[in-house]
Ligand binder design. Structure first.
Ligand code: GUN
Length: 289
């Protein structure tokens, strides 16, 4: 069984990116900038935002963090986004989701300049992905694709089952796999006979958000398993630990390749966010990569 190590691959990607950033600075005198907007004090979101900021700076890019109270009005948030849209030092804008329930995430995401939408959540970029046009692709599915391409190679003709239909992961993941000539099914909480469906998958992507939901015997012998879930659970001995949506140990007995949690998809997501920001900086200035 091959362990699809996202920590190692993301470190390689970020090292290469750092060189690219140094080159931009030497040749053109600027570095890409990423603005991250965090509302409220959700501990998991705070950890993600801190990691994003740190890795941005480590790659030689600028990080702008905007932490607003969870009670912020939609008007104030839209005003901040409009300032970031107009700020030439900002190449990428990310508003950490989920938003507090009094805010309308569609309105907020549509306010972001599509050319700075490094999360790929603006309908313009969603539409480009669906049409096969170049645009910004959501970071988690892009990280999954890069892992597949690096460790597995060609996936043409494989049958992929994506469990989860979110705009952040499931739907864009299905689009990317389709572009790679996979045959794709999107499954979700209302899907009938889910274990049997999973058993037919050559590539199984788990993006459900339920700890250890997918069991070992749901996995076809020799399948490739990408586990997008990051769930914090309390062990029988009272210790906290992070687990995926898939039971890694059990899956390892059936699959040919599995991503670990932590150290699989998670680090790839942040690396892809930085890659998208680098690309946005280049595109906005009309430079070639
Ligand atoms: N919340 C969970 N994943 C993501 C992501 O990729 N982008 C943003 N903006 N929020 C998230």
């Amino acid at each position: 069984m091959q362990r699809l190590d996202g920590k190692i691959l993301s470190e390689k990607l970020r090292a290469k990116l750092r060189e690219g950033v140094e080159q931009l600075q030497a040749e053109y005198g600027f570095v890409p900038g990423l603005a991250v907007v965090l509302l409220g004090e959700d501990p998991a979101s705070q950890v993600y935002v801190r990691n994003k900021g740190r890795q941005c700076v480590e790659a030689g890019m600028q990080s702008f963090e905007h932490v607003l109270p969870a009670s912020v009005t939609q008007k104030d948030l839209l005003e901040l986004i409009s300032k970031l849209n107009a700020d030439d030092q900002v190449d990428g804008i990310l508003v950490q989701l989920p938003l507090p329930s009094h805010l309308d995430s569609n309105t907020v995401l549509q306010a972001i300049d599509p050319d700075k939408d490094v999360d790929g959540f603006h309908p313009m970029n969603v539409g480009k992905l669906a049409s096969g046009l170049p645009g910004y692709v959501p970071c988690t599915p892009l990280g999954c694709l890069k892992l597949l391409q690096h460790y597995i190679g060609d996936v043409k003709g494989k049958y992929a089952v994506v469990v989860g239909r979110s705009n952040i992961v499931g739907k864009p993941m299905a689009q990317l796999l389709l572009q790679q000539d996979c045959t794709v099914t999107i499954a979700h909480s209302k899907t009938r006979n889910l274990p049997e469906l999973c058993q037919s998958a050559d590539i199984l992507v788990a993006a459900i958000g339920k700890p250890l939901f997918i069991k070992g015997d749901w996995i076809k012998p020799g399948a490739i398993v990408l586990d997008v879930g990051i769930n914090r659970i309390t062990d029988t001995d009272g210790k906290h630990k992070l687990v995926g949506d898939v039971d890694f140990q059990a899956a390892s007995a059936h699959a040919s390749a599995v991503t670990p949690v932590p150290g699989g998809i998670g680090p790839m997501t942040i690396a892809c966010l930085l890659l998208n920001t680098f690309q946005a900086a280049i595109n906005r200035r009309g430079l070639a990569a």
